[in-house]
Design a binder for this molecule. Sequence first.
Ligand code: NAG
Ligand code: NAG
Ligand code: NAG
Length: 646
Amino acid sequence: LKYLSTFRLYIIPHGSPPFKEEYSNINVSNDVFSLLNVFSFSPTHLQASARFALTSKTSKPLINAFNQIPGNETEKKTTLDQALRSVLGDQIHKASCDDYLSLIYLSIDAVTEGICSATTPFLLLGDVLDCLPLDQCDKIFSFVEENVSTWKSNSFYTAGKNYLLRMCNDLLRRLSKSQNTVFCGRIQLFLARLFPLSEKSGLNLQSQFNLDNITVFNKNEQESTLGQKHTEEKEEGMEVEEGEMGEDDTPAPCSIPIDYNLYRKFWTLQDYFRNPVQCYDKFSWMTFLKFSDETLAVFKSYKLDDMQASKRKLEELRASDGEHVYFAKFLTSEKLMDLQLSDSNFRRHILLQYLILFQYLKGQVKFKSSSSALNDDQTTWIEETTKLVYQLLREIPPDGDKFATMVEHILNTEENWNVWKNEGCPSFVKESDELTRLWNLNQDNMEACKSDSREFMPSLDEFFAEAIEQADPANMVEEEYKVVRNPNYGWRALRLLSRRSPHFFQPTNQKFKSLADYLDSMVSKLAKELPDIPSEEIKTGEEDDDDNGDNLLKDSNDSDKLVTNQQMDDIAAKLGAQWKMLASHLEMKAAELREIETDSEDVDMQAKLLLVAWQDREGTQATVESLITALNAAGFSQIADGLNEA
Ligand SMILES: *[C@@H]1O[C@H](CO)[C@@H](O)[C@H](O)[C@H]1NC(C)=O
Ligand SMILES: *[C@@H]1O[C@H](CO)[C@@H](O)[C@H](O)[C@H]1NC(C)=O
Ligand SMILES: CC(=O)N[C@H]1CO[C@H](CO)[C@@H](O)[C@@H]1O
């Protein structure tokens, strides 16, 4: 069958038993060959059923046909898979999108009915998309998008995810990144919906840059149409060059003095955004710094006028019918420069590029080489410039403030993704054995929550019994030993009163100096109301501590017991100077050992510090059992035995 799935496309459409000679160059065993012979008889019948199923829009005829053909389940499924593909093959040059979609629907039904392989709908989709022109692929893809829940369901996801990924990549390869931006975006969005958040296949894991994205501009000053005047001479403002705009076009007059120098410096900066690593080179950095300062100075001195910008924006919106125009590359014609510099969107693009670059330069990136570090001057400059850039963004109309805030928010979120990547893209699903165990204690968790054993709130008489007893002068309990003086008790008493006693909410004119005084008065009120309690039943506050259910988690299994402080003291005393032998079995780092040694001279203390450090690190995993394992491994079996018996 493995061979079969590779060759069936070729073999079965012949409609007659294949001839062995045809495959003499392929190493097909005789068994496989006889299988092929059996199969080649049935597809025509099945194809007819599939066509009938298509016209009648139900999968019934297919199920019937399926039951009639010979062979076991797998063989029959393979046959039907092939029949469906053949029907598609016959249609491919004459049918409409809807016909293809019906066929794919039929195959989805067939998968649900269990009569064809789960991969078939994807193979069919792939075939269709491969054969159709792009405008029709668009329609088919809408169907793929709308049925994302089907693809994600159990019966399809595993079988289809790789097919879908390949299909999407094939489509992306055919599409133009600059002309089919919307379709490309839809494909990306679809993939984002299909795959889980932590899926790594589309990730730029090594944080590589798109070095091919070079921004071309006129580097030859001689060929420039821009003046080469010095900035000083142009303070008055520069006239728009003749012939730059069409006659009907009346752009906002631009007062920014543009010469070839500014043009060159401005576009040279793009190279740093393309490949930020250059910034770590001393000389490149100097250039970057100089050009940036000049460019930003231009942005700073020539602000965009609110009125003018909003008007342009409105016109743009009207002209583009509300649709935003996106260019995958900057247009770098000299003639456009003044228009660009007075365009709010364009300025935003450039400023945002700065922020992205700075984030990279400052950030922790796993794949940055160790030489890629900023010096103090660079850090200071970046900090100042970041502030400047944000300020400039805020000043760009319309809605500058909103835009800047949004950008800041997005870049902060990006930081989280960087951290996630640095940590090796851990899954977002948190596994917890303990939680899994707790969930499975009872079949019905709602029922388990309602059970009496989950009722941890004591009754008033239980809780206050001791306080009432102590309040009785006959018992002669000294003030300082009363439980109401215990802040812990007081806190719990207040909580309990608020839940169980109406007294808590009654307004009173009495003023209490302390919580204990207040509780005293409450206790005397309660004493009058509550039934007498025999004193054997009285519980102390300390014992109550154990009633809060934590122990359910800890003591449920002896071997899960945590190492106690006492046990650590005992072991430390026994280990003494030999503690270092244990250290490596507790996976302590050399740095931690050095720290322990500097913290104390006393070897017993050092041994204790080691155990504490281990316990801090392991948390709930710092069990007696794992300590015993480590002790045994380090050759301290006697100490381990001592711990075992305890
Ligand atoms: C390529 O560079 C342009 C600037 O010219 C930038 O806007 C765009 O995002 C870059 N594209 C990629 C894929 O890096
Ligand atoms: C207690 O833990 C041991 C070892 O981890 C395990 O074999 C045993 O099944 C556990 N017992 C219970 C009741 O969970
Ligand atoms: C299950 C599901 O979402 N099916 C949808 C697949 O796409 C078509 C349209 O292309 C919808 O009509 C279905 O509801």
